[in-house]
Design a binder for this molecule. Sequence first.
Ligand code: NZQ
Ligand code: ZN
Length: 393
Amino acid sequence: MKDFEYYTPTRVHFGKGAVDQIGALLREQGAHKVLIHYGGQSARRSGLLDRVEASVEQAGLAFVSLGGVVPNPRLSKVREGIDLARKEGVDFILAVGGGSVIDSSKAIGYGIPYDGDVWDFYAGKAKPQVVCPVGAVLTLAAAGSEMSNSSVISDEEHGLKWGLNNDICRCRFAVMDPELTYTLPPFQTACGVADILMHTMERYFTREPGTALTDELAEGLMRTVIASGRKALQVPDDYDARAQIMWAGSLSHNGLTGCGTVGDWSTHRLEHELSALFDVAHGAGLTALWGSWARYVYQEEPARFAQFAVNVLGCPNDFRDPAKTALLGIEAMERFYREIGMPTSIRELIGRSLSAEDLDTLADKCQARNPDLGNFKKLDRDDMRAIYQMAEG
Ligand code: NZQ
Ligand code: ZN
């Protein structure tokens, strides 16, 4: 088991009606003027924004609103938010939405007190020292941004999708009411399930020995998300299924399932290039790639994949041949992806095959951004290209 630090400062308010405390929570945080940041239409349509605004007003706080965040959130919207927040004297940002809205809020939070351009942080030209604080009302269990130290922003002008990890951006609080996720289209529920699983899997596929407790936590989380995902897709307003998924989403990306392991974020990094190039949903990009990554790397330590197959997916264990069990597990995972309507190839994801030029672009960009990718197996530029090619389908 590797030495680790575990820091997870976000205060969680979980359960039915939790949204109605939002005004009080903002006051507790010392907010005076709040930027309410949201996405397209879902939060307005469901009446959630009205509830949030009413609670903020009731607490005697001023607010301004900025909607229009799209999936794979854009740098231009972040810049718009920074300008508005400065002009209005905003001192707290409330994200109402999924990962894209929370990430956009975090980026605005970095940008408000900074003299230069916020992209400097994402490009690694500067390191943020202070932020305007962020809190979240979560409407989609998926990215885990409500408890993570990450934000991922797309510079649409240059075709870049880059992440930034820094503890200072972590949400001060996260309000999580599973009922808010009843309105999700099945595709978004499935993308969320896929992303939550992948945040756990990227930490689980480790070659670090002695991680028994973390393994048990991760395996239990993954089994629960698979079972609850099936349920929520059948019965969208099954509270308990939605609740398991929502809590798992946070635990899968707040560091808990990575304590003592050495993660391998290859599938995520390969996916970010796909969504930068084709603007696809992150969860669907992950399932299109994962089986190919897994087949490319499993022979480094088949026993780890065999453990996943048996303990998470219930595959029979062939003790004489861990590689065989490993492959059964990869196939079972892909069957689950298909069952919940997720693609298992890039062709299914984008509706066409990749050109040789696409493959080169993807591999070059991924390598440039991640010169030292992979831990389970190190991946150089040609490995990356080979995985994209295998994933074509
Ligand atoms: O814009 P609206 O109308 O709200 O619709 C959204 C959006 O179209 C809809 N939606 C959200 N809540 C809903 C709802 N529709 C009905 N009912 C609700 N309750 O869902 C669509 C997708 O939303 P989005 O926020 O984009 O999804 P997600 O939470 O999956 O976030 C994806 C982004 O997060 C990044 C991804 O790369 C991607 O850009 N990630 C962020 C991470 C982090 N900060 O820690 C880690 C992840 O690995 C990931 O990379
Ligand atoms: Zn993810």
